[in-house]
Design a protein around this ligand. Structure first.
Ligand code: SF4
Length: 104
């Protein structure tokens, strides 16, 4: 079964909106972390690159809740207990995160 147009599956529940929106309006905390870790030519040596703490879980030991909970700075108890459902950020842009609205 293939994914609907505009929806690519990655890491189980992480989806990809049209590419431009990832850069303009990243909604998922992990996407924000990845974007913050990209070196910028206009900021060379002015600040340290952001890092994402923790390790990617083993496929045999996936967390019960959100797949990112052990590396996410926004994780709460609900993240450890349940997997977030996909929510629409805007047409064609979906996110699976309990707290994406709290950190625009
Ligand atoms: S659901 Fe929770 S742990 Fe998962 S990405 Fe969102 S805030 Fe982080």
């Amino acid at each position: 079964m293939s994914a609907p147009p505009g929806l690519a599956r990655r890491s189980g529940r992480h989806t990809s909106p049209p590419l431009r929106r990832i850069f303009d309006r990243p909604a998922h905390p992990y996407t924000r972390g990845l974007l913050a870790s990209i070196p910028r030519l206009d900021n060379v040596r002015k600040s340290r690159l952001a890092t994402i703490e923790g390790l990617v879980p083993s496929l045999h030991e996936m967390p019960k809740g959100c797949r990112f909970e052990n590396r996410c700075p926004l994780a709460t108890e609900v993240c450890r207990q349940r997997q977030p459902a996909l929510e629409e950020v805007e047409p064609g842009h979906l996110v699976a995160c309990f707290h994406w609205k709290e950190h625009p």
